[in-house]
Design a protein around this ligand. Structure first.
Ligand code: NAP
Length: 332
């Protein structure tokens, strides 16, 4: 099968389109014929091995998994003996173990959910990391109907879902984005938009009940000025922003400690890959309450360009890889 792979950590120039063996699956696993794969900042982290702390999980000197990509949408090609929820032919999306920038991928059954019927594979591949992170951020922050919620990075992969989800939950959204994205963020349901090139998030002294910080580049002191005294700040982003060791994740890790100082609650979001959350999103997707925003779709061979584009930090929604014409169907 064709796949985008690397042997060493480094820039996108080191990625290669290779012919690799098909992944073999265990009892609890599923072989997915990949139709589309999501690109998110986590792909850049796995490609570069930065921040360094991530190498404890994915390989100290070199990547343990050669193929890049986690978010996947495709068709079940084969199932292990212990798989009960899925059958060959099922259309699914979720996260995979063996790399989704490939014609086939190995996934655990509990990380795959049925693909929403009204989505293309590309739209479905946009959801497993970004929409689930947005949903979990909103839950972790305890957003309630009627609350005023400020979302930074509102046009990005996580933010574009968060705006729609808060709105669907009955919250009132103020989105923060650059000038070029103001209309997009408004169209997603934000009642108000702050263009960060013109104003700061504490514009006019207005305070919000909840801040969902996906951009991850505002000091905590500024976030505190924009939240109500008993409000909540959910720290989502900043993963590769600063620091060779932790790359900004120290903000999330320190959140419980930081919460002790000051009246606003600060929570660090650490997204969990759970098919239940994807399944929870399905009714909202199928009712049209939320729709993945796709910025660009790249063919598999151009995955390095997709990563380079995302690394610029300004997508309008999601970047997706399309995988067509899987060459070899698996042996029965
Ligand atoms: N905690 C977790 O479990 C978890 C899970 C997933 C992702 N993340 C992290 O969350 C962050 C966002 O992920 P994503 O997928 O949404 O990334 P993304 O799609 O690349 O979006 C990045 C966003 O950052 C905004 N941005 C860039 N420069 C900015 C600036 N100077 N000021 C304000 N906003 C700026 C961009 O807005 P404009 O285009 O409007 O400039 C864009 O909307 C990343 O750091 C990622 O690593 C964390």
């Amino acid at each position: 099968m064709k796949a985008i792979a690397h042997d060493v950590y480094g820039p996108a120039d080191l990625l290669e389109l290779r012919d690799l063996d098909m992944p073999s699956i265990g009892d609890d696993e599923v072989l997915v014929e990949v139709r589309a794969a999501g690109v998110d900042p986590g792909v850049w982290i796995l490609m570069t091995g930065r921040p360094m702390a991530v190498r404890l999980a994915v390989g100290l000197r070199r990547p343990r998994v050669a193929v890049l990509g986690r978010a996947v949408a495709g068709v079940v090609a084969a199932v292990g003996a212990g798989v009960t929820r899925l059958r060959p032919g099922d259309e699914v999306h979720g996260t995979c173990e063996s790399g989704s920038f490939a014609e086939f991928a190995r996934a655990r059954q509990h990380r795959l959910a049925p693909k929403p019927a009204n989505l293309t594979f590309e739209q479905a591949a946009a959801m497993p990391i970004s929409a689930v992170t947005a949903l979990q951020s909103i839950r972790d922050a305890g957003v309630k109907p009627g609350q005023r919620v400020l979302i930074t990075g509102a046009a990005g992969g996580v933010g574009s879902f968060a705006v729609q989800l808060v709105r669907a939950h009955g919250g009132i959204v103020t989105g923060v984005c650059g000038t070029a994205k103001v209309e997009l963020v408004r169209s997603l349901g934000a009642e108000d938009v702050i263009d960060y090139t013109q104003d700061e998030i504490d514009r006019g002294g207005v305070r919000h009940d909840v801040i969902i910080d996906t951009a991850g580049n505002r000091p905590l002191s500024l976030l505190r000025r924009a939240v109500t005294p008993r409000g909540t700040i959910a720290l989502v982003g900043g993963g590769h922003a600063e620091g060779w060791l932790l790359g900004g994740f120290q903000r999330q890790m320190a959140a419980p400690l930081v919460s002790l100082f000051g009246s606003a609650r600060v929570c660090g979001v650490a997204a969990r890959e759970r098919y239940e959350d994807l399944a929870d999103l399905t009714s909202l997707i199928e009712s049209g309450a939320i729709t993945p925003v796709i910025d660009r779709i790249y063919p598999l061979a151009d995955a390095p360009d997709a990563i380079r584009y995302l690394a610029q930090g300004h997508p309008a929604g999601k970047v997706v890889i399309t995988v067509q014409g899987a060459a070899n169907a698996p042996a029965e």
